[in-house]
Design a protein around this ligand. Structure first.
Ligand code: PLP
Length: 455
């Protein structure tokens, strides 16, 4: 491709992106396609000879876009809604253009140094201790896998089979991390939660003590700040205390909820997490950074490195702290220049700008919960701590399922669900900077209309 062609198609592509984002409300939120539609529309084999860029871009618009569920849509309110942002998108373009690999400091110095700098800034915003060392992975799942691996490293030669503890509401990535590291499924302990879906410390202490007496080796406890089902907050300080007594590693999963710590008035959200061994927080969830970017912090980078570095400690020359080789702190060798988009986003919005968006989402969630409470046909099913509202129609699980299916099929909005105490519960999660009060009003009107029509 000649430089002139690259410039021409680059401009075309950016124009398409700008139009797409400006007109995002015109799209149905949920892709209106059936399984196999795209597969059937694509040739069974790749072209033998190259095709013109015009045709590739045309097929992107004609075939790919209709199969997209628009996470950018302001009424995408399922799972944990996320939003990329214009500065983040521009940074992604530059990263693709640079196409560097940051495995070592010297393989591209700015990759390593900007990662350390941006995560240092973020650490200050989150109120985490200065000694927390940060490293970027792709997802919270990968971050948590590294935490569990470091926990096992710290455990040394186990006294017996290793056991890991988390609440029954912990994210499935904790189970996957443990399984990946080779912990037996039977040794992943799900600690019961209280009426507000928080891990019960006494139950944790009893489980750890019983396992120790039985000859097992408790090595890791995971606490969550903002659980996936209800965004509940585990009593992190109690978990730290219990774990310290038994020499266990504590990992805090704040993948979603952690972002709220940048809001004035919530600066102490992660205060107890500062006593943990590690923490994960996803800027790609609620901090306007395009997928993917997960920030992992640990106060024990030495242990993390011991778990993943193949250079024996006795051969290690004293590293210049500004020249760390990030390949030593994880599973992967090659690494994308993810820090650039976080740096763009942090600079463009500033803490105040991002905090205002996060705080507005929390305000909207409380507002929506108020509407739900004011309608006797509905109930709010969990405390609203962040930007997630769990609620249900006071009817059968089937009626709630049907209501959700019809709402999502309408293309007006997308919500997801969870099951709490055997009840099917709708989840409305606000995470997009475009979501307005009017959007939520439209969604609530539609939900009430569907409920009146019998789900
Ligand atoms: C979203 C989420 C995860 C998983 O995040 P990925 O980055 O998709 O792996 C884990 N834990 C919690 C609490 C989450 O909200």
């Amino acid at each position: 491709m000649s430089p002139e062609e690259f410039r021409q198609f680059g401009h075309q592509t950016v124009d398409w992106m700008a139009d797409y984002l400006a007109g995002i409300r015109e799209y149905p939120v949920l892709a209106q396609v059936e399984p196999g539609d795209l597969t059937a529309a694509l040739p069974a084999s790749a072209p033998e000879t190259g095709e013109p860029m015009e045709r590739i871009l045309e097929d992107f618009r004609r075939l790919i876009v209709p199969g997209i569920t628009h996470w950018n849509h302001p009424r995408f309110l399922g799972y944990f809604a996320i939003s990329g942002s214009p500065p983040g998108i521009l940074a992604e373009m530059l990263v693709a253009a640079l196409n560097v690999n940051g495995m070592l400091w010297k393989s591209s110095p700015a990759v390593t140094e900007l990662e350390q700098a941006a995560l240092g800034w973020l650490r200050q915003w989150l109120g985490l201790p200065d000694e927390f060392f940060g490293v970027i992975y792709d997802t919270a799942s990968t971050s948590t896998m590294h935490a569990v691996a470091a926990a096992r490293e710290m455990a040394g030669s186990p006294r017996g089979p290793l056991t890991l503890y988390c609440s029954e509401h912990a994210h499935s990535s904790v189970d996957k991390a443990a399984l990946t590291i080779g912990i037996a499924k039977a040794n992943i302990r799900k600690i019961p939660a209280d009426g507000e879906f928080r891990l019960i410390p006494r139950a944790l202490a009893e489980a750890v003590e019983a396992d120790s007496r039985a000859g097992l080796h408790p090595f890791c406890a995971v606490a969550t700040v903002g659980t996936t089902a209800t965004a509940s907050v585990d009593p992190v300080a109690d978990v730290v205390e219990i774990a310290e007594k038994h020499g266990m590693w504590v990992h805090v999963d704040a993948a979603y909820g952690g972002a709220a710590a940048i809001v004035p008035g919530r600066r102490d959200l992660l205060a107890a997490a500062g006593r943990a061994h590690s923490l994960v927080m996803n800027p790609h969830k609620w901090l306007l950074t395009p997928v993917d970017l997960s920030a992992f912090y640990t106060r024990r980078p030495d242990v993390l490195r011991a778990a993943f570095s193949l250079i024996p400690e006795y051969l290690r020359t004293r590293e210049d702290p500004r020249a760390v080789n990030l390949m030593d702190y994880g599973m992967q060798l090659g690494r994308r220049f993810r820090a650039l988009k976080l740096w763009f986003v942090m600079r463009y919005y500033g803490r105040e700008g991002l905090a205002a968006i996060v705080a507005e989402h929390c305000r909207l969630a409380l507002l929506f919960a108020g509407w739900v409470r004011a309608d006797a046909r509905f109930q709010v099913c969990a405390p609203v701590h962040f930007s997630l509202v769990c609620f249900r129609y006071r009817g059968s699980n089937q009626e709630n399922q049907r209501l959700l299916d019809r709402l999502n099929a309408s293309g007006l909005a997308l919500l997801s669900h969870t099951v709490l105490n055997g009840e099917f519960v709708l989840r409305l999660a606000i995470g997009n900077w475009r979501t307005s009060e009017d959007d939520l009003r439209l969604v609530w009107d539609k939900i009430r209309e569907l409920a009146s029509a019998g789900g």
